[in-house]
Ligand binder design. Structure first.
Ligand SMILES: Nc1ncnc2c1ncn2[C@@H]1O[C@H](COP(=O)(O)OS(=O)(=O)O)[C@@H](OP(=O)(O)O)[C@H]1O
Length: 397
């Protein structure tokens, strides 16, 4: 009798062992996402306290549009530029008095959930404005393309770019045109992303210095996205913030017409990496950590699925909202509220909405296509109805 019972027990153990083995093999084979098997994380509320360091020429206006829409749909309060200002003190290091609603002594009249306009990062001052549990986020772009975009956009503004015909020409002999001591207008011409993070864009790229700065960014920021992989960035962001799909679906804003994009020679691309060595190191480091985090968070199969969902929803909203999926230039855009600001030699594009949209759809579509300055002015008037509205000079004429 005992030996029969022992045999049954052994058989049961063997069956159990094989069952467990089959489950593990299936999980591995089908790339089942472990995150989906752990419901706790998904059940936590979405992140609503968020600081986005808006770096330049890095798809940051598209990110801003996402954040502004989230703030409206969740009734959140944004730390906006004070008075008539259009940014938070850039290129000066951020201090709290640049924010509307902060008192001179650094205390607040308001509670803020989001901060996302251009500023030069200064962690202790930002912390005075934002709650303790704030999620710190930023975005980087391959410095070669970031510099090319910056060159065209800030062509008339940065002294280093004014007297030169092309970026190829500039990169062939940058010190001929670039003078670090002419003031902060030249920050767009060298290591601009490094500068935005609060560091010295003219510093030498010594190993120890770079390592110290990168560790500082690692400590201060929960996530750094990569503009060159924008959709993958949205997949990771949505998961980290526990947001809905529609919260991270966007139309590309602040893009240039293809005729104002110039293709750099191979040689110039290499020169750009050397000229912006600090940005190059910053980008390489966070590009690596971005992919490591994404792969740790989501299986390849699940990533493909979520990318397809994101793109399908964008196609749906494009068909619903836009007269034509193609971007439009300034002369083609009919609604002045959707006209993007133009700068330098860049032709910045925007959208026309479809006619006859019902009110609720129109509201959604307008916000998705609204350029940064108009959206900021809109939020400012909502948050500070008793203050004079923001004046956007180029919309006056
Ligand atoms: N979704 C998405 N994916 C990839 N790239 C995108 C996206 N949205 C905007 N962009 C590109 O970002 C450039 C504009 O960057 P910013 O909005 O940060 O510029 S600004 O500093 O606020 O003026 C600008 O780059 P260039 O066209 O090369 O100038 C945009 O085309």
């Amino acid at each position: 009798m005992l030996s029969v019972l022992g045999g049954t027990q052994r058989s049961f153990q063997v069956v159990l062992f094989f069952l467990v083995l089959v489950v593990f093999l299936m999980v591995g084979f089908l790339h089942v996402d472990f995150q989906l098997l752990t419901p706790d994380k998904a059940q936590e509320p979405p992140v609503t306290n968020l600081m986005f360091l808006k770096t330049h020429k890095t798809a940051s206006s598209t990110m801003l549009n996402i954040l502004y829409r989230f703030s409206e749909s969740h009734n959140l309060s944004v730390a906006l530029p004070r008075g008539s200002s259009l940014h938070l003190g850039y290129p000066w290091l951020f201090v709290t008095r640049y924010v509307e609603g902060m008192k001179q002594d650094g205390s607040q009249n308001h509670h803020f959930n989001l901060m996302c306009n251009h500023l030069r990062f200064n962690f202790p001052e930002v912390q005075k404005v934002m709650p303790n549990d704030t999620f710190y986020l930023s975005i980087l772009r391959n410095p070669v393309f970031q510099l090319e975009s910056s060159f065209i956009y800030f062509k008339d503004y940065a002294p280093a770019f004014q007297g030169v015909k092309s970026l190829d020409q500039f990169l062939a002999d940058p010190w001929k045109y670039y003078n670090a001591s002419v003031g902060l207008k030249n920050v767009f011409a060298k290591n601009n992303m490094w500068f935005d993070f609060g560091f010295d864009n003219n510093a030498r790229a010594d190993v120890d210095y770079v390592r110290t700065c990168l560790s500082e960014v690692e400590r201060q920021f929960h996530l750094v996205l990569i503009a060159d992989h924008f959709d993958e960035s949205m997949v990771l962001l949505r998961r980290r913030l526990r947001w809905q799909l529609d919260d991270v679906v966007s139309f590309k804003v602040n893009a240039r017409s293809p005729r104002t994009v110039s293709r750099l020679t191979e040689e110039s691309q290499e020169r750009a990496k050397r000229w912006c060595e600090l940005d190059w190191q910053l980008y390489q480091h966070f590009n690596r950590t971005f992919w490591a985090q994404l792969h740790a968070e989501v299986s390849p199969r699940q990533l493909r699925k979520e990318l397809e969902q994101l793109r399908a929803r964008r196609r749906e909203l494009t068909a619903l909202c836009l007269q034509d999926p193609e971007h439009k230039n300034n002369t083609q855009i009919k609604d002045r509220n959707l006209l993007p600001y133009q700068s330098g030699n860049a032709e910045i594009l925007g959208y026309n909405l479809r006619q006859g949209l019902d009110n609720a759809t129109l509201r959604i579509c307008q916000r998705m296509a609204m350029p940064e300055l108009q959206y900021m002015a809109h939020l400012y008037s909502l948050q500070f109805p008793n203050k004079p509205p923001k004046n956007i000079p180029f919309l006056k004429t």
